[in-house]
Design a binder for this molecule. Structure first.
Ligand SMILES: C[S@@+](CC[C@H](N)C(=O)[O-])C[C@H]1O[C@@H](n2cnc3c(N)ncnc32)[C@H](O)[C@@H]1O
Length: 256
């Protein structure tokens, strides 16, 4: 499935229904707060949010930490909706750029934090992108990424079909450390959060099934069946160890 089909307007809103208002990633807003807690985060930090989606994390950072966020997202409908909500809610300190992160460039050392949630799963050449992240990050700055990964070796037929259908070029969990260290980052910490992902998927699937009628009225039975099938598949692949959820934290060494 292409990224465009996945993030069509109906696609976006049905995903948001299951993830929670403003978000297209897991465990929100608790996971955003938890990841922020893991860094030194003085007020006024400059953040690049790669694949910012509907802006939920950016708005939280702006509100709760007076951060200044540049949110980049490929999908026009998503950025339009994020800008509309920003205006409605009167949030300052967030600038959205609609574009492909591969095609963009920023001045060296422009950001204190480079942040990306459930987006790099769409990126085939991760090494190149991490080199750019290193260049854009200020000395002492933080990298905070959550992303899908895979177990070592080939997964089950079910998983390989899911990954192929979705078009996700997923690295093995253990390769993430090499990719990030290889770009020059230090203090690289790759945590396997797959158990948490299983629990979150279970909760979301339960919410979907419990609210079937309301969901089908708002969207359609086909949307319900699509999400139910995908969530069940992800849950099965997570439980059997094929699919991993990587939390990747790293720093660019401060200048000496
Ligand atoms: C699963 S969503 C996650 C959104 C957001 N990070 C969140 O957690 O709510 C992935 C997002 O990545 C965006 N995306 C995919 N490829 C991209 C690229 N090459 N450059 C910028 N954004 C991209 C998609 O448009 C989509 O909004």
């Amino acid at each position: 499935m292409s990224s465009e089909a996945q993030y069509s307007t109906t696609g976006i809103l049905r995903y948001e229904w299951i993830f929670g208002y403003g978000f297209l990633g897991y465990g929100e807003p608790e996971v955003t707060r938890e990841l922020i807690k893991r860094m030194d985060w003085p007020k006024g930090l400059k953040v690049l949010d790669v694949g910012c989606g509907l802006g939920g994390a950016a708005f939280l950072m702006a509100r709760e930490h007076q951060a200044r966020i540049t949110g980049v997202d490929l999908t026009e409908e998503i950025v339009d909706l994020a800008r509309k909500r920003q205006q409605e809610q009167g949030i300052s300190g967030v600038d959205f750029i609609q574009g492909d992160i591969h095609a963009l460039d920023f001045a060296p050392e422009s950001f204190d934090v480079i942040w990306s949630r459930e987006t790099l799963l769409h990126v085939p050449e991760k090494e190149k992108l991490f080199n750019k992240f290193y260049h854009w990050l200020a000395p002492g700055g933080h990298l905070s990424i959550t992303d899908y990964a895979r177990r070592q070796g080939r997964g089950s037929r079910l998983f390989e079909e899911y990954v192929e259908e979705s078009g996700y070029p997923l690295p093995e969990l253990s390769q993430y450390e090499d990719i990030v260290s290889g770009a020059g980052f230090s203090e690289v910490d790759v945590e396997d959060k797959s158990e948490l992902l299983s629990r979150l998927l279970e909760d979301q699937l339960h919410k979907l099934e419990k609210n079937r009628q309301e969901f089908c009225q708002r969207f359609s039975t086909e949307d319900f069946e699509y999400l139910q099938r995908r969530w069940q598949l992800k849950l099965d692949c997570c439980r059997n160890g094929d699919m991993k959820w990587a939390w990747v934290l790293a720093r660019k060494q401060a200048s000496v």
